[in-house]
Every structure is written in C-alpha cells, then in structure tokens.
Design a protein around this ligand. Structure first.
Ligand code: CA
Length: 234
C-alpha cells in the first residue's frame, strides 16, 4: 500500500519510513503542506491508501492541510500530533481526519490504526457491511433521520456531515435505542480491533457526535460499561 508521510522533521520521517517499509508500505515523504497537496494530485500510480499528517508543519497549519486534502480526496487521513487535548482532536475529526494519534506514540498503535482506517476505506466493503447491518428503511429517532444506504444523517431536516467512523458509531447505537453497548463491543464493531487504546478514540467520537448533532443527551454514558442511545423527543 502507498502511504503519504507528511512530516517536516527528517529524523522522525526517516525512522518512521524505515519501520513502515518493513511492514510493506511504499512511503512517499512530504516535508510541507504544499508538498503533501502536490503529492496527492492524481497521477498514473496507484492512489495513496493512507496519509499520515503531522500537524506542526513549516508552511501551513496541519488542520488547514487536512481540510484541503479532504476537499480533493477521500484518502484516509491520520493526524499525528503532540497536541493531546480533546478540542484539537475533535477539530481534526471535524475537518475529516479519520483518526488521531498523539506523539509520542507506540509504533504498534500507529500500525494498528493505519490498518484500521485503510481496511474501512476499501471500496465496496463498506456497502456490503451496511447491507448486512440493518434495514434499508431510514431510522427515525425524534428529530433525527439516519439513512443507512446513503450514510446521511439529518436533524430537523438539516443534514449533519459526519466522518465515516462517526456514522458507523451512530448507526450501531441507533439500531437498538435504549440498549447499552459495551465499549469493547463498540470498538470491535466500529474500529474492527480489540486494541484497548482505541477507547480514547471512542470517547472523542462520542463527544464529536454529541456536538455535531446538537443533541447532547442523545448518547448516554453508562459508567464503567459503555454507551446507549436515548431516543430524543420529536
Ligand atoms: Ca512537525
């Protein structure tokens, strides 16, 4: 798989490229936001399977680069940053990043996330999953309408843009309103991994969903267990 590594620190990039190459990735290195956007222009080679995007770049803010990548491509983006705060993470996911890794990270963690986002990005795979996951009828929950085949969500008729994982998470919880889903169960179904560090990512996605949908009480935290969707009043 081709991987675009956007990192201005040559030492970090060299070390990471070596690890990624050992795991079978064909790494292209970009040192700036502009180089990254150039590298993503279509050419005769196979498209990139994933972009690893450092947020601290010399020419542009990584968030801005992510937004610009998203405008021209659906390639999964994993943001890599030293900024650990939840607001930064939510901001990144709102701009269309597929995942978020905080430095210093464990290489195993990074590889697990690369595999997770690239698996989900395989064309066709998502559709067959959706078909098996539930009815084609839209799910109506109070003011919220979820259309599984087109992966569209609206609240009071206003479309709410969600990332792939946010949609998968919402669709999972919405299939059985009121039922508590265990954290491990959600992680295994939405992220297809049992890697326990994904719990932090789950929390960020829950926070992002609550905020984007404007329905903070929609997803209830069941302490020590997991989450459940509480059907909102119409
Ligand atoms: Ca940097």
């Amino acid at each position: 798989m081709r991987l675009l590594l956007v990192e201005d620190d040559d030492h970090v990039a060299a070390a990471l490229s070596a690890v990624l190459a050992r795991h079978g990735f064909h790494v292209t290195h970009a040192r700036s936001g502009e180089e990254a956007l150039q590298a993503l222009l279509p050419d005769t080679r196979a498209p990139f399977g994933v972009v690893l995007l450092d947020l601290g770049l010399p020419d542009q803010d990584g968030f801005e680069v992510c937004g610009r990548i998203r405008k021209r491509s659906t390639t999964p983006v994993i943001m890599v940053t030293a900024r650990a705060d939840v607001r930064s993470r939510i901001h990144g996911l709102n701009l269309g990043a597929d995942d978020y890794v905080v430095k210093p990270y464990d290489t195993g963690e990074l590889l697990a996330r690369i595999h997770a986002v690239s698996r989900r990005a395989v064309p066709g795979e998502a559709e067959s999953d959706d078909a098996a996951a539930g009815p084609a009828e839209p799910l109506r929950l109070g003011p919220m309408l979820i259309e599984l085949p087109t992966r569209q969500v609206s609240v009071d008729g206003t479309p709410v843009p969600l990332t792939r994982k946010e949609f998968d998470l919402l669709a999972l919880l919405a299939q059985r309103p009121g039922v508590v889903f265990r954290r491990e169960q959600i992680i295994s179904e939405v992220w297809r991994t049992s890697w326990e560090g994904t719990g932090r990512t789950l929390e960020v996605h829950i926070a992002s969903l609550r905020s984007k949908l404007g329905l903070p009480a929609l997803i209830e935290t069941v302490r020590g267990v997991g989450y459940r969707l509480v059907a909102p009043a119409a």
